[in-house]
Design a protein around this ligand. Structure first.
Ligand SMILES: [Zn+2]
Length: 284
């Protein structure tokens, strides 16, 4: 079985409501915006059908706005849907907001370091991380490149999380999309740190922007060397409309693991076990 560790639920009530005023969407966002006319029921049916077809037990959905009622209702519409809330960790009431999100059924947090207009490593975030560590709430971070409206590669540099990893050694941090261009930094962050995971989702279209000509297979190989099979999490970053489940990404990554002769027990950890442990802990 598989857990997809990174996906999105978008419809009229969850897409674009955190965009700045007068924001001009780019082409790929316009395409998304034109296909969000689907109810929770329609989303649920499309997802469950796709998950059954691909052998996916559970999917982790990343919210794009805080305390969004529509997102909450979607997550709670099926026990195979796992929700990661999003919030600004620098806010004074970040812990209070998180508590509400957890009461609403969320299992983790997604921080948009590049887009969120906050610093994931500032002193102001520490009460939030402390709560997450004490309650074993996993945190997925999107650093690096993104199509988001307020992208800033300065706040999106994952190096900001370095001091957090050392201050909170039991906090589980997952770097999405292999750091989306900051792969070197993500590898460096792993130096002597047990509490960092790397996640594989998305098109990984940051690869051409590297100075060292990596292929996705190189990235997997290096991640297995440095992170080990216990700290890698599979994901696709699917949004089900308009193009359906990203089967191509699933198949490509499974093929790479085959080619790298990853054992079946290690494959099981990457595709299912590692994320399963994190979300089970947070539910206790
Ligand atoms: Zn995503």
């Amino acid at each position: 079985m598989i857990i997809d560790g990174h996906a999105h639920f978008f419809n009229k009530k969850t897409f674009g409501n955190n965009f700045p005023k007068n924001f001009k969407m780019n082409e790929s966002m316009k395409k998304m915006a034109s296909t969000i006319d689907h109810t929770i029921e329609e989303n649920k049916d499309a997802w469950i059908k796709a998950m059954d077809k691909e052998g996916i037990e559970k999917t982790v959905f990343m919210s794009t706005s805080t305390l969004n009622q529509e997102f909450t209702s979607f997550i709670n519409s099926n026990e195979r849907f796992i929700g990661f809330a999003t919030l600004n960790p620098e806010l004074k009431d970040a812990v209070e907001i998180l508590k509400k999100e957890l009461e609403n059924g969320m299992s983790g947090v997604k921080l948009y370091a590049t887009n969120g207009q906050y610093n994931i490593g500032s002193d102001k975030t520490f009460p939030f991380y402390e709560y997450c560590e004490n309650n074993q709430i996993p945190i997925t971070i999107h650093s690096g490149v993104t199509i988001g409206p307020t992208a800033d590669l300065f706040t999106g540099n994952p190096i900001h999380i370095s001091r957090v990893l050392s201050a909170f050694p039991e906090l589980n941090v997952i770097m999405a999309h292999f750091g989306a261009g900051y792969f070197r930094e993500v590898l460096m962050l792993k130096y002597k740190r047990e509490n960092l995971y790397v996640e594989t989702s998305g098109t990984n279209n940051w690869l051409p922007f590297q100075d060292n000509f990596l292929t996705l297979k190189d990235v997997f190989k290096k991640s297995i060397d440095i992170f080990g099979p216990d700290k890698i999490i599979f994901g696709t970053d699917t949004r089900i409309f308009p193009d359906g489940y990203r089967t191509g990404i699933l198949k490509e990554q499974q093929k790479i693991l085959e080619e790298l002769n990853v054992s079946s027990s290690d494959k099981q950890k990457i595709m299912h076990g590692n994320m399963s442990k994190l979300i089970t802990k947070s539910k206790k």
